[in-house]
Design a protein around this ligand. Structure first.
Ligand code: SF4
Length: 379
């Protein structure tokens, strides 16, 4: 697979729970310069194989003016071409000029749209600092279909402050009424630097109830299952065959190129992060300087843990034997009794050397991988 991630670091307004690297409001001034920087950077890089998967995320790519978005998409497609059967996803927010954006996406060959819905409750959307309304979602879904973009994903967040199980079930029912082929259902994480984390620190929000969050996951498994979707990664549900190829590249720890402020990329055992500051990244790219801020070469232990942790988040699980062959590390003796008890508790299943977690197990992933960390530490 040849895969590319492009980070567009602009939003109309910063959502109250979000810690992604994006700038709202006045940051719009430098959008044209930013797009020039991305196209310059793409052409500077040596890899010119046709792309199998592309993901343009952010931020909110759909806040780019259509002419800028078109320039960006054109530069990506022109650089090396698109491989047969490619998957090209662009994130959009309902309400962000989708009428103007959708024809541009369709004309350039984008075949998958990922939409930040987050909730279908207008009061909750306000509480989240979102600018769209539920009717904007309906309209955006219709537009996606009208423009012949076959595939679309809807994002929702659960485990929100003051969100009951019934609130969540209502959200699920409403998004499922759009008959999506794919849903990304994220459990809220309180990240540093967000409005919500600050509110929690000041006692305005209670800490997340883990049992309620687990019930919400199970409710999602049930509601999506009734519509033919099933989870294939702890936060991702799809009908068979509609899994995101691009995200699978991440979860399988395969190589992917990254372009944009704060974006992460991977090539072989090297992982890198690009300069986070938007202006600094843009200037470096335009001046032909290195845009990487950090680079890390993974040793066998880090590789082992990466493969294990990301693999166990997926329904396909991990092949412990192939991890052993790839990293040269074998911890089977030290973790055998842990694995046995994990399986006895119904948290995992074993099929030959494949280990996969059950619906219950995937919710306690950290507890399951901890003994692996400890066994690796002892080596
Ligand atoms: S959630 Fe999305 S739209 Fe909201 S601030 Fe974060 S990146 Fe922007």
């Amino acid at each position: 697979m040849t895969s590319l991630y492009v980070h567009v670091p602009y939003c109309e307004q910063k959502c109250f729970y979000c810690a992604f690297n994006s700038k709202a409001g006045s940051g719009y001034d430098d959008r044209a310069r930013f797009v020039d920087a991305v196209t310059t950077e793409l052409l500077r890089r040596p890899n010119r194989r046709p792309l199998d998967t592309i993901y343009i995320g952010g931020g909110t790519p759909s806040v780019l003016e259509p002419v800028l978005l078109d320039r960006l998409l054109h530069a990506i497609a022109e650089r090396a071409g698109l491989a047969e059967g490619y998957e090209w996803t662009v994130e959009v927010n309902p309400g962000t000029a989708v009428h103007a954006v959708m024809p541009v996406l369709a004309a350039r060959g984008v075949n998958r749209v990922s939409m930040g819905v987050q909730s279908m409750d207008p009061r909750r959307l306000k509480e989240m600092g979102r600018l769209h309304s539920p009717s904007d979602v309906t309209e955006a879904v219709e537009l996606v279909r009208r423009h012949g973009i076959r595939r679309f994903n809807l994002d929702l967040i659960y485990g929100q402050p003051h969100q009951s199980l019934n609130d969540w079930k209502r959200d699920l029912d409403e998004v499922l009424s759009f008959e999506p082929e794919h849903l990304s259902l994220y459990c809220l994480q309180y990240e540093d630097g967000t409005v919500w984390t600050d509110r929690r620190r000041r006692g305005l929000y209670e800490s997340q109830d883990e049992d309620l969050a687990a019930d919400m996951f199970h409710a999602a498994v049930e509601a999506t299952g009734a519509k033919g979707l099933r989870w294939y990664e702890v936060s991702n549900f799809s009908v068979p065959g509609a899994e995101s190829l691009h995200n699978k590249v991440y979860w399988r720890n395969e190589d992917y190129e990254a372009v944009g402020p704060g974006a992460y990329g991977r090539e072989g055992s090297v992982r890198w992060k690009e300069i986070e500051d938007i202006k600094a990244w843009t200037s470096a790219a335009l001046d032909g300087h290195d845009v990487r801020a950090e680079e890390e070469t993974l040793g066998p232990k880090e590789d082992y843990l990466d493969l294990l942790t990301s693999g166990l988040r997926t329904r396909e699980g991990v092949d412990l034997e192939s991890i052993r062959r790839r990293t040269g590390i074998d911890v089977s003796d030290s973790i055998q009794s842990h694995l046995n008890s994990t399986m006895e508790k119904g948290l995992a299943e074993r099929e030959g050397s494949i280990l996969r977690l059950t619906n219950e197990g995937v919710l306690v992933l950290d507890d399951i991988v901890l003994p692996f960390y400890e066994a690796l530490d002892r080596r």
